[in-house]
Design a protein around this ligand. Structure first.
Ligand SMILES: O=C(CO)[C@H](O)[C@H](O)COP(=O)(O)O
Length: 268
């Protein structure tokens, strides 16, 4: 049975947050409302004069909206945003958030972004939105990387169980690269499928590349993720993959009973 959302069921940092009113009378929140709660909580980390990595996806969108709102209200000043995708760039421009890039601002104070899977060590799978390369560049250049998710994203192992493991590859001879990727993960019953766009054509990333989604039959929980990561990245034709290992500083998880904050190297 669904339980009422309790905004006072807070977390490792003990700070209550503004909780949006549930859209239904049952007092339970939709997944999108949970995403918004996590996003708003993350924006509490934003201070004036920061360079911010702006994430991509339905959860990060709420954070970008909130940053725009606080700027408009004069509660934040002198923010510079670095968008992780063209879509986020458009959203940020529409909110009058000043934008820059890593060439001009190679050190990012704080990035806020969603994820597709999060494991107990705060390793992530990202890339369902196809923006994994820019996300990894910008979030990897960040002093602090705050990940925002609803509780459905939490997994025991980042084994592609919620979705496939995405790998960005160059379009040149993509079938050859997809087959080599499949072989890397062969022992795990891997099927490597090119991601398709809305009209059935190959999906093209903001960087002009393709994405291969690696569907695994078996749990790869016993695998050394670093080894898998290195093997994938060693293949010529591969640009980047969606495993974000040891990158998140903090994960904010909004669930039916409240918000949890997990920090890197903390056991709570
Ligand atoms: O990695 C991403 C985009 O490349 C997204 O952050 C990830 O897919 C989560 O998206 P959403 O917040 O819509 O669930």
């Amino acid at each position: 049975m669904a339980r009422a959302y309790d905004p006072l069921f807070i977390t490792s940092d003990n700070s209550p947050i503004d909780v949006p009113s549930p859209s239904s009378s049952s007092m339970t929140l939709t997944k999108d409302e949970l995403k918004r709660i996590a996003a708003y909580k993350a924006v509490d980390f934003v201070k004036s004069n920061m360079v911010l990595g702006l994430g991509t996806g339905s959860t990060a969108k709420h954070a970008v909206d909130r940053i725009g709102e606080l700027l408009r209200q004069g509660k934040l000043e002198n923010i510079v945003g670095i968008p992780t995708s063209k879509k986020t760039q458009e959203q940020a421009l529409s909110l009058n958030i000043p934008l820059s890039d890593l060439d001009a601002h190679p050190v990012v104070d704080l990035s806020i972004d969603g994820a597709d899977e999060v494991d107990p060590r705060l390793n992530l799978v990202k890339g369902r939105g196809g923006s994994l390369l820019r996300e990894k560049m910008i979030e990897g250049a960040s002093k602090k990387f705050v990940v925002i998710v609803d509780e459905s994203k939490m997994v025991k192992h980042i084994d592609g169980s919620k979705m496939a493991l995405p790998v960005e590859i160059v379009p040149f001879c993509w079938k050859f690269t997809a087959e080599r990727l499949r072989r890397v993960m062969e022992g795990y019953g891997c099927e490597a499928r090119i991601r398709l766009g809305e009209k059935g054509e190959a999906f093209v990333t903001d960087n002009g590349n393709y994405i291969v989604d690696m569907y695994l039959e078996k749990d790869m929980g016993d695998l050394n993720l670093r080894v898998v990561s290195d093997e994938i990245l060693r293949l010529p034709g591969v640009v980047e993959h969606g495993m974000f290992l040891d990158m998140a500083s903090t994960v904010i998880i909004a669930g039916e009973l409240g918000v949890k904050i997990k920090n890197k190297h903390s056991s709570c």
